[in-house]
Each structure stands twice: as structure tokens, then as C-alpha cells.
Design a protein around this ligand. Structure first.
Ligand code: SAH
Length: 348
């Protein structure tokens, strides 16, 4: 299988059958081989820098009912909250002082945040922090709404495709959500001019190796600026509560593959990865990741933005403990940098 990794390193693409073979036949030795190459490529483009993003989870209201997600509409055990513009700005202020130059506003699809309210929030952050990047992660919207948010000053958008395969997508979502619509949104965002992040969960229920191969083909084709990949983790109040979590091993392997496919991509070592293993994020960096996204949300709401069980939000995951995160990164030979950290995957 090493020849497929060599081929991927040279051509940045594989065929569907090759992806299947490679993922299916992976071994610890092969993973090691992959990670060495992925790190080499990562260092070539980003050195030993780790980019940080301050994550502000500004609402946990959601009109959608994704079967895997803890804040899905049907979960009546969630204490719902939404942050005011003032609170969001105060999170940015704290974050800026800590060294964050990217703010990520993530939330459920909350009807309260109509276009004018959202535009006002984005404009206010833009005015107060002209040197910072504003990233939104607020789900599927119309082209018109995306355009308004871009014009208001948002630069980036995270919208994982979740899974490329339509049939698999339909096993994870209610019928009114479709893989095609989600992908259409991604193309829209790109066309408008956002730096776009796509991605998927590893080990989500019913996922096959073929599905993962299709996800890799989609990434090859879509060529996103960022890719968010983390393990699926069950949440006790969802239909998938009895399904098992994705593994650390497969998630790291996928991260390595993504680094070789899209050498300049921004690739976070996700919170979910840090949740399934205490040193998950360090291992993610060593597999080719180059971004971490500590939590900047007000402390009293962090436990209410529970997408999956045991989600970490304290310790080195908390923005205010940047020093600890720094130490962890330095222990593996990397260091946190204070800058916007734009994607170098900008050529089309
Ligand atoms: N409403 C936004 C943000 C969703 S939450 C949107 O639609 O994009 C961000 C990501 O968390 C999701 O895209 C999903 O991939 C991930 N996620 C949700 N539930 C999860 C779970 N149980 N385990 C792991 N990741 C999960």
C-alpha cells in the first residue's frame, strides 16, 4: 500500500478504488509512513506553526433534527440559549487580548438571527477588529444571505458536507435535508468569495469505506480552503445514542490522507478528536493538522452546546488556558502563532 501513499504524495489524487484499497488495508506501519509524509508536507507549507481560532458558540437553538447532533430540535433536554451582540463582542474582546485573530461564530440554525441581526453582528466585529478574520458556521442559507454576510465583512465559512453519499446522508438526516443541497451551499459560498471549510465525521453510523472514498473524491474535486474532520461521538439524547464512536486511529489516518491530497489546506485537530483521547489534538497535529480552535464562549453556556457526550471545554480546550495549549504544542515541537492564519490553498 505504500505505493498508493507515494502516488498520493506525487499526484494529490487517487481513484475511488485506490482510496478504498488504501483505507481498507491500512496498518499501524502504513499509518506511520503516512504521518511522516504528511508532516513533511505540512512543514513545507506552514512550518511548525499552529494557527488558533477562537470559537464562539453563539446559539444552540436549531430548527434541524440531525440524528447525530445533541442540539437537534427534538432534544427537549437541552437548555437553550442565544448570546446577545454585546456578549459576542465581549467574547471577541477577551479573545483578542489572548491573541486570537480569527473569531468563529458557530451555532445551530436559529431563526432568531434574521439577516439584519446577523449582518449587524458581523459588521460590528468587522469595525472593532479590522485585523481579524471572521468565520461563520451557521449552516445552510440562501445565496442571498451568504452574500449579505460576506458583504458585511465575514471572510470564511465552515460547512461540513458531513458525507458525500446521498444514501448515507439520508441515514444521518431527516428527509428534508439533502446531501445535494448542502453541497450546493458549499459551491455557492466558494463562488461568493468565502474561504470555505468542508469536512465530515469519521465513523458516523452506517459509514462504509466506500463512503470515505467518496468523501475524499469530493475533497479532491471541491478543493476547499479548510477541512474539518473529527470522530463521530454519540450523544445520549439522540437516536444514535447506542452507536459507537469513530476511532482515533481511523480519524488520524484520514487527517494524514487529507494533508497529502490538499497540501496547503487548513486542517484543524478538532475538539472531538481531543474528546476521544486526552492527547488527541497533539496526535492530530502529528498526523498533518495545523489548526486548533479553543473555546471562547462564555463559561456558563459551554456545557449547553453539547453536540456529543463528554465534549471538552475546559483545560487546554478553553481559550483562557492558551498557555497550557502552548505547552502541549511545544512538547511535540510545534508552536502557536498570533496571526489571522489565512489558507494558503487559494489558487483555483
Ligand atoms: N449548524 C452548523 C454547525 C453544526 S455543528 C452547521 O450546520 O454547519 C458543527 C459540526 O459538528 C457538524 O458539522 C458535525 O459534523 C459535528 N457534529 C455534530 N454532532 C456530532 C457528533 N455527535 N459527533 C461528532 N461530531 C458532531
Amino acid at each position: 500500500m505504500k505505493h498508493l501513499i507515494d502516488q498520493l504524495e506525487a499526484d494529490h489524487k487517487l481513484s475511488k478504488d485506490e482510496w478504498i484499497q488504501l483505507i481498507q488495508n491500512r496498518t499501524p506501519e502504513l499509518s506511520q509512513y503516512l504521518f511522516e509524509k504528511a508532516q513533511k508536507v505540512r512543514i513545507q507549507h506552514y512550518g511548525h506553526d499552529v494557527y488558533i481560532r477562537g470559537l464562539i458558540e453563539f446559539t444552540n437553538y436549531c430548527k434541524n433534527d440531525c440524528y447525530y447532533c445533541g442540539i437537534r430540535r427534538s432534544n427537549s433536554n437541552v437548555r437553550r440559549y442565544r448570546l446577545s451582540k454585546e456578549t459576542i463582542l465581549s467574547c471577541c474582546k477577551t479573545g483578542y487580548a489572548l491573541g486570537f485573530r480569527t473569531f468563529v461564530l458557530q451555532g445551530g440554525e436559529d431563526g432568531y438571527f434574521q439577516d439584519d441581526i446577523m449582518v449587524d453582528i458581523v459588521q460590528s466585529i468587522r469595525e472593532n477588529y479590522p485585523d481579524c478574520a471572521i468565520t461563520l458556521s451557521i449552516g445552510e442559507c440562501s445565496h442571498e444571505r451568504y452574500q449579505k454576510l460576506f458583504d458585511a465583512g465575514a471572510n470564511r465559512f465552515l460547512l461540513r458536507h458531513e458525507t458525500f453519499n446521498a444514501e448515507h446522508y439520508s441515514k444521518l438526516h431527516p428527509a428534508k435535508l439533502s446531501a445535494k443541497h448542502r453541497q450546493d451551499c458549499l459551491w455557492d459560498l466558494k463562488q461568493i468569495g468565502f474561504q470555505v471549510g468542508s469536512g465530515f465525521m469519521v465513523g458516523s453510523p452506517y459509514q462504509t469505506v466506500e463512503n470515505l472514498a467518496e468523501d475524499m473524491l469530493f475533497l479532491q474535486n471541491f478543493n476547499p480552503h479548510m477541512v474539518g474532520v473529527g470522530p463521530f461521538i454519540p450523544h445520549h439524547d439522540t437516536p444514535f445514542k447506542n452507536h459507537s464512536a469513530g476511532t482515533l486511529e481511523l480519524t488520524l489516518f484520514m487527517l494524514g490522507l487529507i494533508r497529502l491530497t490538499l497540501p496547503k489546506v487548513l486542517l484543524p485537530a478538532t475538539t472531538a478528536l481531543g474528546t476521544i483521547a486526552p492527547n488527541g489534538r497533539e496526535l492530530g497535529i502529528l498526523a498533518g493538522a495545523n489548526v486548533v480552535m479553543p473555546n471562547l464562549s462564555p463559561e456558563d453556556v459551554r456545557k449547553d452546546y453539547l453536540l456529543y457526550d463528554n465534549k471538552i471545554s475546559t483545560g487546554s480546550e478553553a481559550a483562557e488556558s492558551l498557555k497550557e495549549l502552548e505547552k502541549r504544542m511545544e512538547s511535540i515541537g510545534y508552536h502557536i502563532t498570533i496571526n489571522r492564519g489565512d489558507s494558503k490553498n487559494m489558487t483555483e
